[in-house]
Write a new protein. Structure first.
Length: 293
């Protein structure tokens, strides 16, 4: 099956990063797509990606100098987590997973995902990627995962944050990880009311973490990512124990450019300028959240 029109495949030859991650570093946000012949894409998907399987992901991990991955179920696979589970079982202790499930999932099915290395569910609120789901479905899923000690990953865009606060409050006795800094509009600046509302959300809720990832999705200036760095750095410095970093490989639905993953790694010391902050961002925080159970 052909990719969606205009879909940009991932970078074929990313540079070796100038920055060397510390031993044990975790890429805490990446995906596997297919391969379609083995793991078909979901009929309800909003896009058809290029194949980007586990072997390519693990080769990239090694090339970039990382030790482990947190693999996040992508919307193109819907609620069928087979490709994710296959990658986790291949990687063993070197990977953990974030699944997407429906309200009807059974406890036995959740236990099977847990045994494979899944440690969270993802709730996606980005309307161009998924259909609207009733809030009671998310609450039902949350009640099922709590006994397993899983946490919740949420993906939303900045204009939708205020409306989601009542739902996020229902998850207050679990860690909630917000993808990609809540997708701020970086053209408004780090001091904007919009971004400061996200900072306040984290300050007021010690259970909320965030991924300081995806400058390639947020930038208005291009692959130097200068306009995104102040946002990520502000969060790393203020919430150093509650931040994660990931490549977002293979970068689904990019339209502006094909990001070089080596360049993305070189952004890390700009947002976490000390070795202590880098260790928290890349090792301590993801290990505590995904491996210590």
């Amino acid at each position: 099956m052909a990719m969606s029109e205009g879909y940009l495949p991932f970078h074929p030859n990313p540079k070796k990063p100038d920055y060397q991650p510390p031993a044990g570093a975790v890429d805490a946000h990446c995906h596997v797509f297919g391969p379609e012949a083995e793991f078909p894409y979901a009929p309800e998907r909003k896009y058809t990606p290029c194949d980007a399987g586990k072997d390519q992901l693990f080769a990239l991990r090694d090339h970039l100098g990382f030790s482990r991955n947190v693999i996040v179920q992508a919307s193109c696979h819907g609620k069928n987590n087979d490709a994710l589970v296959d990658a986790l079982e291949t990687a063993g202790e070197l990977a953990r997973g974030v699944a997407v499930v429906g309200k009807d999932i059974t406890v036995d099915e959740l236990k099977r995902l847990d045994a494979a290395g899944v440690r969270a569910v993802r709730f996606n609120f980005v309307k161009r990627l998924v259909d609207t789901t009733p809030w009671e479905d998310f609450v039902s899923i949350y009640e099922k995962i709590k006994p397993l000690g899983w946490h919740v990953v949420v993906y939303f865009e900045a204009p939708d944050m205020e409306g989601l606060k009542p739902l996020l409050a229902k998850f207050s006795d679990s860690i909630v990880v917000v993808d990609h800094m809540g997708r701020p509009d970086v053209s408004k600046g780090v001091d904007s009311a919009e971004f400061q509302a996200f900072v306040k959300l984290m300050a007021d809720n010690p259970n909320i973490w965030t991924k300081v990832s995806c400058p390639e999705r947020l930038t208005m200036t291009g692959p130097d990512y200068d306009d995104v760095v102040p946002f990520a750095r502000a969060l790393v410095e203020q919430f150093s124990d509650r931040v994660l970093w990931g490549t977002d490989w293979p970068h689904p639905n990019m339209s502006s450019h094909v990001p070089d993953d080596g360049v993305l790694v070189d952004v890390i010391p700009r947002i976490a300028p000390t070795e202590a902050l880098q260790k928290k961002l890349l090792i301590d925080n993801p290990m505590r959240l995904y491996w210590e159970k």
